[in-house]
Design a protein around this ligand. Sequence first.
Ligand code: GLC
Length: 747
Amino acid sequence: MKPMISLFVTVMLISNIQAQVPIYKDPKQTADSRLKDLLNRMTIEEKAGQLNQLNGGFFTGPALNDPGQKAKMQMVRDGKVGSFLNVIGAKETRAIQEIAVKESRLGIPILFALDVIHGYKTIFPIPLAEACSWDLSIMEKSAGIAAKEASSAGIHWTFAPMCDISNDPRWGRVMEGAGEDPWLGAQIAAARVKGFQGSLNDAEHILSCVKHFAVYGAVEGGKEYNNVDVSRVALWNKYMPPYEAAVKAGAATVMNSFNVFEGVPASGNKYLVTDILKKKWGFGGIVVSDWGSFGEMIAHGYAADEKDAALKAILAGSDMDMEAQVTIKNLAQLVKEGKVSMQAVDDAVSRVLKMKFKLGLFDDPYRFSDEAREKATLFTAANRAEALEAAKRSIVLLKNEKNTLPIAFNGKKVALIGSFADSKDDLLDFWIAQGEAKNTVTLREGLQNRFGNAASISFAPGYGLDGVANEAMIKEAVAMAETADVLLVNVGLSGKMAGEDRALAFPEIPAPQVALLQALKKTGKPIVALVSSGRPLILTAIQPLADAIVQCWILGTETGNAVADVLSGAYNPSGKTVMTFPYAIGQIPVYYNAFNTGRPIPEGTDPGWKSRYRDIPNKPLYPFGYGLSYTSFTYGGLSLDKNTAGKNETIQVSVTVTNSGSVAGEEIVQLYIRDVAASIVRPVKELKNFQKITLKPGESRTVKFILLPKDLSFSDAAGTPVLEPGLFKIMVGGNSRDVLEKELTIK
Ligand code: GLC
């Protein structure tokens, strides 16, 4: 009998053990059943916990004694934290994950998030700079490398790409975006989402986050966190395309913006979050607040108190509360009072849990927290090589007279002037994740690396790191310049002045640097101005002082090497600015895709009583899409395969581009349209496509574009695409100003 009993007991034991593995933890169960099983087991407090995101920090070593961190760890044990941001590294994330998985009642893993904006350890050019490459594959690749590094360090989720359209360089956050154009911004947003996420079926990609939804880039006066007031026509035609493209590219999460839209804060704005994002675009991922933005609805004057804020956020469709802790404190009571349905709570919690299942965290909570992989993945030579390629292509040559560039460094006496050129701390910006200044190649180092043996390179600060120059520093720089063959003068702003809470009323070259250039100009030596900035600065004061102007932006780890390769011609610059460079601060906002107004000033006509300023020219200093090369390109033979078309027909546009210079180069051929007369006025130009081509000296190529009906459409106030019959202008050129034009009539 014994064998039977032992068999029976064994069977019972196994089934009993199997019964102990809850469905939600059983990888053999379907995702739906696991989710349902888990939801059914959760208390309302635990559900609120999944909607609670806290700022993290160190949770091992001495941090264990930090009362604040200890309290947060207790909240993890109590199931009151669904996600942390700013916890760094495989070791730290594993430490918290173990508490969540082993010490909380249900063992739900934590989502770890971080602002991986342009690199994790290997830092790439700021997004605005990379956008100037117009190279979507480069941008997708750099997002992919950032994801690979971050995911090896325990990060599941980045708060990027930033998709806010802006044409105001007073706003410090223009550095995070892709410039002023909706169409290009949409292509770039989609590329970055794909780069970060891949197909989200491995541990080398991370959740992306479309931010800041919506219209944060339209802050009045470029003033940080300021009011936003745009029409629905502007919303749909100027601001929505990048957000929509990122969502359609499969972005896993979206972040509320700090600002209001139509007087309602984005975090509590049902029109934005539910009507547009979820119903119109079908977004089903997580909506996370910006830092404290649920609670900020009180300051906005929209929520009466924290409980009201939590109510308005969840009713609008916003899910996760970053750092305001209004949801964790009030959700249970709101459900108890019947103000929030349990269904609404379950829907929000399900969106969070689905991401955790999708990342495989219930099956292997530590798959992103592997110290060996982290060590092998971060800051590799291959990653740095990609960062160099991206940096070279992000540089924009704005001026180059008297063949000042490229420089044949052999045997040359080069004077490098400007404190930033030798300051690792000023090369990086606000959003550098785990990037380190010590790993960043300065301009001085880059020149030494490339030409230290071939040329004699001397250095003088010329101005203080605080931007202030003094007579002695200028004298020292001038004395050094007198014996040099060429002057490389690094001007602009510290990288620390790029990013959030960096709005500037005077986005210009600081006066002491202008004074330095004026003094150097008197030496009669060729001057190359190297401009470091996270935004288009007003360069008008230095434009006549420099023979060449190179917009270097903020280029990340490989800064110096990239600039040296461009200065020497080892790389022929191909970048084109994606933001207009204003002529003066008073001209802001100035952008290429403006409306014509009722009083435009056609070339060569009297400007009297027309739309203008009396004290400056009516043009920007450098227009959208502008950038020079060491060669030159000529355009000819623009033609359409039809001059009249029906609403559903496509149009083929052809143009011949010739490299009329003496070196090979890349040209970004840009296609613009104009709807000349429509039921709502349309911009004088709208970018609708581009091709980046490489031509040898003397080589010509016919570039073809296919114009689709959607390219000729605009959105009405409801966001519905409209294509109206009438006259259109089709334009092609190497920037938004110098274009060839043909007319097209849509029947
Ligand atoms: C910041 C930014 C947002 C960022 C978040 C987390 O305030 O507005 O872009 O992702 O907080 O750092």
